[in-house]
Design a protein. Structure first.
Lengths: 467, 461
């Protein structure tokens, strides 16, 4: 079974056809190939869910000099996360670019990003992980610099500097792991088995450099400066993918780090402290934002901190919760950004002070935003509820009451998001003028995302059945 | 049969090229260029044949044909061909062609040289011909031409001095390990000779602190001449460094390693930090090319087989990246587009060339899955593998610094201002396409090239 190479191949065929076909066919072609990819992902999902052994690896030789091969793992992390990538990618293509401005470039970038995200989540060795990581970073860079608006060039510069600092640290860490593991290998499973033999000092160096790299990408408190402007200036598709998938690259990286390096677990309390700081920093910063995209950006940052708490707990509950959280928060934040993008498209503004009574003219977007807020704040029957539950049970077991502190940041996040809803969406006394009456194709995307969020919220055993 | 093709073909093709360059010399005639191109293609074929057959012999006491040199013969033939394609729009193509043939024969002599003397002559030939090429574009190019000529003459003098110094130790001028005169082993004189060799070759290779001349010359010369300087001349100097320090001074590699480390670090920092403040793209690329010399030197400082593989890989990678990039810069320069601000909106003005330039720049910055990344990956991993962690860290820091200025250009190209579209000439498109393909294909699947390189490195060192 070669699911992952097949998915990536399909997506690259999609890029090719988008680039070669006429502009008019760019969205249909992209939608088609993305849907085929999602279908393969779902088949794979069902295949592994139906009791077949889930820890399966697919290997194709690539560079023999370093023992590097194309190696993909299908396990409890990679399959759910590729599902996330497939859904968010498809939703972004269908609804994210209503006028198909620069449609060819935009759609092929989304497909490229989707392919790299799936490749990264499934990669069985660190070299491949790094390659996919950087392709994703560059694809997102063009979504900000070339497709973005507002002060996008400056945001792109800052984003690129931060991201490639992360890449440099990542490369260094990976090379150190390779050369200091007794059996020289990039393969994650071999490193997991042998990492305890790396000298302690070297482990600490590796841990710190990789941790910073992943924290930049998540983003977590001291390394988040690129986030606000990048999230808010990227194109709608770009914000959906960056918040929904790119930030999960970092979370998944930290998860791998905890799985691989024994020294990481001794630092868990410090990670918890960083997570608490980050959660409250994000929650408190979000309050004062007028720009809805920036508000959503800080929501995403607070969610990242919650995921980090789950990973730091490093128990069955914590890890399950973290994976579930990446999935749930990824879908929720993509829904939020998509609805904000659509609202901005229709009303010409994304500022709370200008928007009023959105629900009158754009009911579907308004209710989707509301649902996105439910998903972000972990209201029961949404997926995020299960994630929060698992994460905080895990955190309570590992850290005691201290582990529950990040939970309160979610309350603050909820408070300001519900305030925004009240003020801009459902207060119909006065309403803002519509700038453009055309409606995009965003309703199918809303449906896809909301359906996934509900499905995962109501039937958690879909994901938890894997372990 | 094949043996005689290789044996007679290689000297003959060099001879034919030089003769052809002179015989058909008419200043404004473009025809002879095609002939030179044909000779280069034949040289490429013969090199491939020699590499494939695995010959190892010495001709006339000055030409050594083995896996390493024949591989490089083929590679430089391609690189020179690319430069020749860029030079199509030269004002005085006949004259350029003649000088180009001289420089090309010099390149082949360096690659094939088995004697320190022929190495020296060949380097001199290249730099004299290149200085005249720089001059070729008119009066305002006198200053860079004179700079290049003077500095390379001084370098050659130093080189001669160094050759003379090792005379008492060596029984011949051959590029073979030093034949020790037992009474003099360990004398500081031989270290002095080694240092002089470093100085002489550092000038051509653009290593700190002997690279102050580079930016002026690169900026002042015409685009294709800059491509030649950065893509071929500099790389040839690195091949000479390999010959001198890994064959002649093979016993001293360990002693010299710290010196190379130091120079590598200084060169990387110098190139990258100065490039950061440049506004002119051509000048910025000149400094970036200096920093790339520093990366290449990492592998030489490491000195293991893996290190040399990595250096060679980076040499080849940077040749393609730099020729492609300078080709595009040359084309834009002819439209009056020079500074980073002028590059605004290039993605809209010509999408293909914009994307190609962005990919070449990203490859120079070392972003996967491009060829420049594989080169840097091999370099840094060879350094960490030999315990030079600090060197690798500094390399990685530098490759991060370089993002700043490459990113600046790419961001500027992404700006959406409405300007008229631009169309390059066929030669520029072809060169860009070839360089882009190489950078992408080898970046995605580097294994064949790496195995060719390690095979050829094992045949000499």
């Amino acid at each position: 079974m070669i699911f992952f190479p097949a998915i990536i191949l399909v997506l690259f065929l999609g890029i090719l056809s988008v680039l070669l076909l006429d502009k008019r066919f760019s969205r249909p072609a992209a939608t088609l190939f993305s849907a085929i990819a999602l279908a393969i992902i779902i088949i794979m999902f069902v295949y592994y869910l139906s009791g077949r052994t889930a820890n399966y690896s697919e290997t194709v030789q690539y560079i023999s000099a370093f023992g590097i091969s194309l190696q993909f793992f299908a396990n409890g992390f990679s399959v759910p996360l590729s599902l996330l990538a497939g859904i968010v990618g498809l939703a972004a293509i269908i609804g994210g670019n209503p006028l198909q401005e620069k449609g060819k470039v935009a759609n092929s970038l989304v497909l490229l990003f989707e392919a790299t995200a799936i490749g990264l989540f499934a990669s069985g060795n660190l070299f491949l992980f790094f390659i996919f990581w950087d392709i994703g970073v560059i694809a997102a860079f063009f979504m900000i610099s070339y497709l973005g608006d507002g002060n996008h060039l400056n945001s792109a510069k800052i984003y690129l500097l931060y991201s490639l600092l992360a890449s440099a640290l990542l490369l260094f860490g990976i090379l150190m792991i390779y050369f200091y593991t007794p059996i020289r290998s990039f393969s994650i499973s071999i490193i997991e088995a042998n990492a305890q033999m790396i000298p302690l000092g070297v482990q600490e160096v590796i841990f710190v450099s990789l941790l910073i790299a992943f924290m930049i990408k998540m983003p977590v408190f001291p390394f988040h400066s690129w986030m606000q402007s990048a999230y808010s200036d990227a194109s709608t598709q770009g914000s959906m993918l960056i918040a929904g998938l790119l930030s999960k690259f970092g979370a998944y990286g930290i998860l791998l780090l905890f799985l691989m390096l024994p020294v990481a677990r001794t630092y868990a309390p410090y990670i918890l402290i960083i997570a608490i700081a980050s959660a409250f920093y994000a929650a408190l910063n979000g309050i004062r934002k007028d720009d809805l995209k920036r508000m959503a950006a800080f929501t995403s940052m607070a969610e990242s901190a919650v995921i980090l708490t789950g990973i730091a707990a490093f128990s069955i509950f914590g890890l399950d919760g973290a994976v579930y959280g990446m999935l749930a928060f990824g879908l929720g934040i993509a829904l939020l950004f998509l609805s904000i993008g659509s609202i901005e498209f229709m009303f010409g503004s994304k500022h709370m002070s200008i928007l009023n009574g959105v629900v009158k003219e754009a009911a579907s977007s308004a209710y989707s935003f509301l649902f996105g807020v439910f998903a972000a704040t972990g209201v029961p029957i949404t997926a995020a509820f299960i994630a929060d539950l698992l994460i905080f049970i895990g955190a309570d077991k590992s850290f005691g009451v201290l582990g529950l502190i990040p939970l309160f940041s979610i309350i603050i996040v909820g408070a300001y998001l519900y305030y925004a809803i009240n003020k801009s969406f459902f207060d119909t006394e006065s309403s803002v003028e519509i700038v453009r009456y055309e409606t995009g194709h965003w309703n199918p995307s809303y449906a896809l995302l909301i359906f996934s969020i509900l499905a995962l919220g109501i039937v958690p055993s879909l994901i938890l059945g894997f372990r | 049969m094949i043996h005689s093709i290789v044996e007679y073909g290689i000297p003959l093709i060099i001879l034919a090229m030089v003769t052809g360059g002179f015989a058909f010399l008419r200043r404004r005639d473009r025809g002879p260029m095609a002939l030179t191109g044909l000779f280069l293609i034949i040289a490429f074929g013969i090199g491939l044949l020699a590499f494939h057959s695995g010959y190892d012999f010495v001709e006339f006491g000055i030409l050594r044909i083995d896996g390493f040199s024949s591989m490089l013969l083929s590679f430089f033939a391609i690189a020179l061909l690319l430069v020749l394609m860029l030079a199509k729009d030269e004002e005085e193509p006949g004259l350029f062609n003649m000088l180009f043939c001289l420089a090309a024969s010099g390149v082949f002599f360096v690659v094939l040289s088995y004697s320190l003397l022929s190495l020296m002559m060949a380097i001199e030939l290249i730099s004299a011909a290149t200085a005249l090429m720089v001059l070729n574009g008119g009066k305002k190019r006198i200053e860079p031409a004179v700079k290049l000529f003077v500095i390379s003459t001084v370098a050659i003098s130093v080189f001669v001095f160094a050759v003379v110094m090792i005379m008492p130790y060596d029984l011949s001028f051959a590029i073979a390990p030093l034949q020790m005169n037992t009474g003099l082993v360990g004398s500081s004189l031989i270290m002095l000779a080694a240092v002089l060799f470093v100085v002489a070759l550092a000038v051509e290779a653009g290593l700190f602190p002997f690279n102050i001349w580079m930016a002026d010359v690169y900026q002042g010369a015409q685009g294709h001449v800059t491509a030649l300087l950065s893509g071929v001349n500099k790389k040839v100097a690195f091949i000479a460094i390999l010959y001198v320090f890994f064959v002649v001074f093979a016993g001293y590699t360990k002693v010299l390693s710290p010196l190379f480390e130091l120079i590598a670090i200084l060169t990387m920092f110098f190139g990258n930090l100065v490039a950061m403040v440049q506004k002119d793209v051509k000048r910025m690329l000149a400094y970036s090319s200096i920093s790339q010399a520093g990366y290449i030197l990492i592998g030489i400082a490491v000195g293991t087989t893996l290190g040399l593989d990595a250096s060679l890989f980076q040499i080849i990678a940077h040749t393609f990246m730099t020729i492609g990039a300078f080709g595009i810069v040359m084309w834009l320069g002819s439209r009056g587009i020079n500074t980073v601000d002028d590059y605004k909106g290039l993605f809209q003005r010509n999408g293909f060339m914009g994307v190609a330039f962005a990919i070449l720049l990203l490859s120079m910055a070392g972003v996967p899955p491009l060829m420049g990344f594989v080169g840097k990956f091999l370099l840094f991993s060879s350094a960490i593998g030999s315990g030079l962690v600090a060197l690798a860290v500094i390399g990685i820091i530098n490759s991060f610094i370089s993002i700043y200025y490459y990113g600046k250009v790419i961001v500027s190209m992404a700006d959406r201002t409405e300007k008229g579209s631009l169309h390059p000439s066929i030669g520029v498109i072809a060169v860009t396409l070839i360089c882009l393909l190489v950078v992408l294909v080898v970046g995605l699947y580097p294994q064949p090239l790496i195995s060719i390189l390690s095979k050829s490195v094992l045949s000499v060192f």
